[in-house]
Design a protein around this ligand. Structure first.
Ligand SMILES: NC(=O)c1ccc[n+]([C@@H]2O[C@H](COP(=O)([O-])OP(=O)(O)OC[C@H]3O[C@@H](n4cnc5c(N)ncnc54)[C@H](OP(=O)(O)O)[C@@H]3O)[C@@H](O)[C@H]2O)c1
Length: 250
């Protein structure tokens, strides 16, 4: 039975690389993208690389789009084995300081990074429950860890911003609560920290590649039955250098 994996925001960046890596493992990868042209282009590039890739229009902030995508997955495959909630945005106002942040920016970021994840997860859960042992990956960030962000000696010591970091903190709690609800099922749900990767999200300032970030999502998407659930796992730049991975504090 082919494994069916849906990745949101898969037309570029870490999401595209996640689709590429899962496709290389023989999975059917569903390329969630809000923009038809970009999604079709990503599907073509992945198919050219040998992956069984299928584009599905999916704007995580648009309930109709989310519902249509779930209906399409049900009609085509009848179940979903892997959901990677990867789509995300980062926005700021002025200097980026909390005191300069507008509610419009807060709402915009939360719509995608938090509410979008809940919308897509709830729409896909009936399909995920039909899989033998589904995996859900919520792509979070170390900047969502209150422990990391308040460590005066940590790499995030100078960063004081609210929309994006607090959206990932909320996403961490969302992840932990789904894990609680699903603890008596074979479904595992974890938050991923890809590390600081060079993508459009940060003007390509990251020191890791999108592929390295994607490897974190792939690890969590392919966890064995005795793997963890309800944790924040991924790149630990505070510990053992750029290659280290592990569970991060909330
Ligand atoms: N890069 C990093 O250093 C880093 C670190 C930690 C966590 N992350 C997380 O990793 C994930 C991927 O980010 P990235 O760095 O790969 O950024 P990216 O290159 O900007 O890609 C973001 C993706 O999300 C999509 N997206 C945005 N809003 C959407 C919506 N409403 N519906 C559907 N798709 C939407 C984008 O589509 P369009 O092309 O249409 O805009 C794009 O495909 C995000 O959740 C981000 O927060 C990134």
């Amino acid at each position: 039975m082919t494994t069916i994996a849906l990745i949101t925001g898969a037309n570029k960046g870490i999401g595209f690389e996640t689709a590429r890596l899962l496709g290389a493992r023989g999975m059917t990868v569903l390329i969630g993208a809000r923009d038809e042209a970009k999604g079709a282009e990503a599907e073509r590039a992945l198919r050219d690389g040998g992956a069984d890739a299928r584009f599905v229009q999916l704007d995580v902030t648009d309930e109709k789009s989310v519902t249509r995508a779930a209906e399409w997955v049900e009609a085509e495959f009848g179940r979903l084995d892997i959901l990677v909630n990867n789509a995300g945005i980062a926005r700021g106002d002025g200097s980026g300081a909390p005191s300069q942040t507008t509610l419009a920016t807060m709402r915009e970021v939360y719509e995608t990074n938090v509410f979008g994840v809940v919308a897509v997860t709830n729409a896909m859960l009936p399909l995920l429950r039909r899989a033998p042992a589904a995996r859900i990956v919520n792509v979070s960030s170390e900047v969502g860890s209150i422990t990391s962000m308040t460590d005066p000696d940590g790499p995030m010591a100078a960063m004081a911003s609210i929309p994006y970091p607090s959206s990932k903190t909320a996403l961490n709690m969302v992840t932990a609560m789904y894990a609680k609800e699903l603890r008596d099922t074979p479904i595992k749900i974890n938050a991923a920290n890809p590390g600081y990767c060079a993508t459009d999200l940060n003007g390509h300032s990251g020191f890791r590649t999108p592929e390295q970030g994607a490897e974190i999502s792939v690890h969590l998407a392919t966890l064995p039955g005795d793997g963890p659930t309800g944790v924040l796992w991924g790149h630990l730049w505070t510990v053992d250098g750029p290659a280290a991975t592990g569970t991060l504090p909330w």
